[in-house]
Design a protein around this ligand. Sequence first.
Ligand SMILES: [Mn+2]
Length: 427
Amino acid sequence: MKINPQHINEFNEKHIGIHRHQFDFLADTLQKNDIDVNRLVEKIGNFQIAIPSWALGTGGTRFGRFPGGGEPASLEQKLEDVGLLHALNRSCGAISLHIPWDVPENIDNIKGLASELDLKFDAVNSNTFQDQPGQKLSYKFGSLCHTDKAVRQLAIDHNKEVIQYGKDLGSKAITVWLSDGSNFPGQQNLRKALSRTLDSLKDIYSALPEDWKMFVEYKPFEPNFYSTVIPDWGTSHLLASKLGNKAFCLVDLGHHLPNTNIEQIVATLMMEEKLGGFHFNDSKYSDDDLTVGSIKPYQLFLIFNELVEGMEDKFSKNPEPAWMIDASHNVKDPLEDLLQSVEAIKIAYAQALLVDRAAMEDAREKNDVVLAQEILQGVFRTDVRPLIMQSRLKDHAALDPLSFFRDYKIREKLINERGMDSYATGL
Ligand SMILES: [Mn+2]
């Protein structure tokens, strides 16, 4: 199904009155503080977040799955769902594919559909954490780190194949996340496992086109519970540094132990010009894959504060990171969840843009701890939603995408079209 632009106009007409009132009040206040509101709104509108193909279906846990119907059953339908989101908020102009869940059968058709929906292809993702039907060798005891050279080669070849699919589609990066590790002490020679992983990554890296990037993701545990080969940002950074200047670290918010200072990791990686990609989600305990900003919105803001600080520093050579949501859970409508996630990201980004950097630095130079906190929290407590709505209004998106989704019964229409039993490939 497609969104009729006329319906968006009608919807916005209905809500424009209250929006104007709220926006004018905020814009007036900001302008009195010498903030260029038009520039701010433009920046917020330009910020695009890629949607992963696996977030479009209901997620599951090892205990079960409760799909709500109308899920995309093909790659074409996944693109259509991201197209729907993008039409609603004009902020999801890219999709991140996962091979082999999303192998394109006809590249030209897929590219044509993507351009029709105004979508780009973000980083492609390889999968060596599960065996595929008919696969001759198993990843049960690892992939790029495996003791058997033939298994390592299978995983290397798969990654090179993923790069080839990405080249055909116009992607510019590959994300490598490994589940490799061990469940029990003594199971794995930790030093050799890391060394073999580095060698395998070097082989994949050699197949990377000149204008591509490789993102090395890390995770402290799960599915392996004693050790993972790339457990933390330090190991990811070590590998990315040894691989070369096309390799970068990828920070996934859910891939940290509780209370890790993620904003500091972001700052460190940006200092080293090695922050390449970002996976947004939220969690209470670890890799919970909950809606971005649903549990720790202040942490999200503090992370964006460091990201914006790094991005606005004209001396920083860190490339603009690839932004992507990486979440998938059991109880919400996946499209509603993604709309909420994008909104939370935009709110944190907009707030970070509002931080008075000069005043912050001044407070820091004077060791005025109280003032530094006041500046940060003053921004965090500002309701910036009218700025985000204004950017959507300018971009012909829905003022309130979630309300539009419900008012126009989009899920019901998708269920009518695809049925209750359509199933999205993924976890
Ligand atoms: Mn991730």
